[in-house]
Design a binder for this molecule. Structure first.
Ligand code: WQD
Length: 343
């Protein structure tokens, strides 16, 4: 009998890649998703890779009764990985209540359902955005949590506090919070990847859309930062590497190896790369040139952040392994694939 893991937001970018890694590690997966920011066809992509379709329930986690009824239909559920959330930073500034209501109510409903149905193990999708602009780099899990620079980032901070408080109250829940740096790339099969829904805010999807001709040019948001080449620095991590960290986290929880309280891990490569370095790496990796132009900084952007990955490497027992140029080739292959599909 395979252990059943619920993956909320599992038709999304990181959720779908995690569903694949879980299934390939021998778990059964139930995806719960309301499909507001993803497509049901992602299930076909997962099936093409793994040879089987995950279980699926179309459901909004803000629907408390619906979620309770869903949990009752899957009494063998062993753990939850919670991705489902709104995650567009600029939109969260324009519509804070949409973000606070959706991201926090979903989490609260989920934690209540877990308590009421005896599901003990929880992996939370968090973000390096909780650190803001760190004073010291690389940033560790002990680095100060700065005042959030967006309602989106604040929902991640508040969510981690809610989980900690629930555990401290003695509720039978054990949790791992994974703070992602900048996820990029796609599954090497190109059967799943980051869906191009609307105009991408993130660098790599905008870059590949420019390279394939969907966008006129890539704007580089500022070259006057105090970094080695003036462009902003981030820690770009392959989405498959990132997804494998979730399987390792589930294995850790189910084996009872996690410490008391909520465990937090930074998921990055430990290496900071600038926008110009990403551009150069893409051209080296694919041979594809494209137009880019330096413009003003983007409001809300921080100058540089990259992870100290010691805890993830030594305690969690996970390390990012896929090289940058291979990652960028998977992003390019995905872009070419969806353009053939979507014309
Ligand atoms: C990366 C770098 C931009 C687009 C965001 C969220 C974070 C997480 C990851 C959810 C920056 C520059 C970008 C472009 C550019 N998401 N850039 N031209 O802002 O580091 O993080 O996504 O958890 O919470 O904040 O990622 O990819 O938007 O930007 O020059 O068209 O690329 O200025 O330096 P970011 P990003």
């Amino acid at each position: 009998m395979k252990e059943l893991i619920i993956v909320t937001g599992g038709t999304g970018y990181i959720g779908s890649h995690t569903a694949v890694e879980l299934m390939e590690a021998g778990y059964d997966v139930l995806i719960i998703d309301n499909l507001v920011n993803s497509r049901i066809e992602v299930l076909d992509g997962i099936e093409k890779i793994t040879g089987r379709k995950p279980l699926f329930e179309k459901l909004d986690l803000c629907d408390r009764q619906g979620l309770t009824d869903c949990f009752a239909r899957y009494p063998t559920t062993r753990a939850i990985i919670h991705f489902a959330a709104h995650k567009a930073v600029p939109e969260s500034v324009e519509k804070p209540l949409k973000y606070y209501e959706n991201n926090l109510l979903s989490l609260i409903n989920l934690l209540n359902a877990m308590k009421n149905h005896g599901v003990r193990y929880f992996v939370f999708s968090s973000s390096c955005t909780v650190y803001g602009q760190p004073d010291k780099l690389p940033v560790t899990e002990e680095s100060p949590i700065k005042k959030a620079t967006s309602p989106y980032g604040n929902t991640k901070q508040i969510s981690e506090e809610i989980i900690s408080d629930v555990i401290a109250a003695g509720d039978a829940i054990e949790a791992i919070s994974l703070r992602y740096f900048n996820p990029i790339g796609a599954h090497p099969s190109a059967h799943i990847g980051e869906l191009p829904l609307g105009v991408p805010a993130n660098l790599v999807p905008y870059l590949t859309q420019t390279a394939i001709g969907v966008r006129e040019e890539l704007r580089v948001f500022g070259d006057d930062y105090n970094t080695h080449d003036g462009s902003a620095v981030r820690d770009y991590i392959n989405v498959v590497d990132l997804s494998r960290a979730h399987v390792v986290s589930i294995n850790r929880l189910l084996a009872g190896k996690n410490a008391q309280g909520i465990e937090v891990f930074n998921l990055g490569t430990g290496k900071g790369l600038s926008v110009f370095e990403i551009i150069k790496a893409f051209v080296n990796a694919t041979g594809v040139e494209f137009k880019y132009r330096v413009v003003n900084r983007r409001d809300g952007d921080i100058e540089q952040v990259y992870a100290d990955t010691t805890m993830a490497n030594k305690v969690l027992g996970w390390k990012a392994e896929i090289p940058l140029e291979e990652t960028l080739r998977t992003a390019w292959k995905w872009e070419q694939t969806i353009r053939n599909q979507t014309g």
